[in-house]
Design a protein around this ligand. Sequence first.
Ligand code: SAH
Length: 214
Amino acid sequence: MIAQKFLKEWERPRKRMVEEQLKARDISSVKVLTAMGQVPRHIFVDDTLAARAYSDGPLPIGFGQTISQPFMVALMTQVLDPEPGDRVLEIGSGCGYQSAVLALLAKEVYAIERLAPLREKSLENLAKINISNVFLRLGDGRLGWPEKAPFRRILVAAYTERIPPALTDQLAPQGRLVIPVGPDSSQELVLVTKDVQGQLRRQCISGCRFVPLV
Ligand code: SAH
């Protein structure tokens, strides 16, 4: 539960973000709208950017990385559709904002970040708002987290031309994997589902623009 103190801060811009950037577009999942109406996004950006935290775009978080646009976080989460009992694998946790949204909707989030200072920052951010069900490891997310596999849900926040095989291997039957796929110039948000027999199916959701998975 996020402390009341944070729910009150920047409450109106956050509500407006939910109404104008999410509800007014394609975000209809009540649980996603509720979670994004609660997570204090301004905590996850530099103090000097707090006033822009609820604006309709990505923002820099240092080290050449960005916090994704609110709409993109909402869309990915809606497509992922995490359920309360799920363990979610998240690749590229950046400042931890997407991790916080997932933490409110799933049982546990296993997040992997490649850059140590961003991992530190997100641990700090998540602790500040009392989120304790995110486990954050430093490493190469392309390898997944085999000790904790399989995962019912996997979300990747950086693009790749080829979906890392470790991730589809670590996806549980009836699982969902959301990942931006493509070359730098034209990326698509892709949903990969695995059926009970282990068969994979791939579906394009929309165009998108991410930083690369490296
Ligand atoms: N969703 C994040 C932003 C993601 S930006 C947020 O809410 O802030 C993409 C992140 O992926 C960056 O932090 C980058 O360092 C990380 N990344 C890129 N390649 C990676 C890899 N192979 N393994 C883990 N993290 C990676």
